[in-house]
Design a protein around this ligand. Sequence first.
Ligand code: SPV
Ligand code: MG
Length: 520
Amino acid sequence: MEAHNGLSAKIAEEAGFEALWGSGLSLSAALGVRDNNEATWTQILEVVEFMSDNTSIPILLDGDTGFGDFNTMRRLVRKLESRNIAGVCIEDKLFPKTNSFIRGNTQPLADIDEFAGKIRAGVEAKSDPDFVIVARVEAFIAGWGLDEALRRAEAYHEAGADAILMHSARRDPSEVFEFARHWQQRCPVILVPTKYYTTPTDAFREHGIAAVIWANHLLRGSIEKMQQIAAQIKTEESLTSVEDRIAAVGEVFRLQGATELAEAERRYLPAKSAEQTKAFILAAVRGEEMGELTEDRPKAMVEVGGKPILQHIVDTYRQAGIRDLNVIRGYKKEAVTVDGVNYFDSPDDGRRAEVLALTSIADELEGSVIVSYGDVLFRRFIPRVLADSAADFAVMIDLNWQASRNRNRYADYVVCRPDPVSASFYQEITLEKLVTDPSHPDIHGEWMGFLKMSPKGSAIVRELLEEPGDAFDGPLKQADMGALINKIIAAGHDVKVFHTTGNWIDCDSALDAIAGSQFQ
Ligand code: SPV
Ligand code: MG
């Protein structure tokens, strides 16, 4: 299959072709010049180098007439080998050549001996025994007939050509088949059925043809498509109706191998944990306790100190260096309009169905992830500490949990091992469980709503989310983050505890929202 740059080469390879034709016509047309050696051979070399770098299948370069005499041919072969090009095809015409389909029968042919010498020079310049040299015979193009075609093929084969490309401009394959019958497979024969394109491919097989070259079809396909799209955008002055007719930007990135670069960055760049962590902010619930403040918006969008709570959260995450920010919306989702974040929609708006919401985005839970709440304001060191942790699971707790109990508000209290207050500085503290009963005798702190997962932790959570709903001590639809964390512990995983006193606020009442404005 023809290709004319790194992109078309990749597309042809992905389509399953076994080899590529670096077409002189397509390469020159794509560069905006004529197929008359207007592009220099080193310019062509640069393009085929991109094709070679971007593919793993063999490339046969259309070397025109070899771009000069035997001496240029020797240099060409060496340069192509160094670019990992599999072979070159040269045609027995004169430099500068003209495309065979432009008044072909008026074109002069090369002297047989001179051309055979060029082939020998190429063969002897090879250092890779697998590099192939294909001799292209233009006798039919020039109207010189079968005998001349056979004489030339024989001389070039004798000079060491690995294969003969027999070209023809006829609408039917009769002359090339006639050649094949007489040639009797003395070496492989290659055809270019651009003009006799209606010939069934089985007919080529029956005549013992080794390969056919679809010589310019990706170029011609792209020309037509580009013309249509350009005309349509010009006429309509709009992108609306073209968007669905063109490749998505994501497809462009895929063809460029963007994923590989992202993986390489993870492997080779110094780890900046915050940059490699993504945050999911749960902002689906209304927050009825805030009354009319949340009639037309979820509580994450209630304004505190002149901007929505969610905006404060997003700003703080960004200050902490965490920029991959994802918001799960539910209640009045159209009112959630913070810029620069990715939105996901909870399948059940307005309820504390946090596990259900996470299940709906389970595929996104990969790599290093922090899940937190859309109504919790916090200092930036908190996500930083969590992002820096190598633990598979980590949470942040507030030791001053009595404040919440005294105000009698709903909270997730934590039982740790050992007690963080009496633990020595270097001791690891792990979470035993979350409890909601403020009179539980072993409470050590209050969970601040942050769950950090390492890449491995994310994978574990994805698996837990696949379990049936009743695995969460009750219907999945009602399971909250606390249930998920207890589930992680019950499955035998350690949850590391970091602690602080204050430095956060849970805006689950209008009162807290006002306190939050002082906090900021
Ligand atoms: C090319 O693809 O550039 C060729 C084949 O040489 S043809 O255009 O048919 O001459
Ligand atoms: Mg050509």
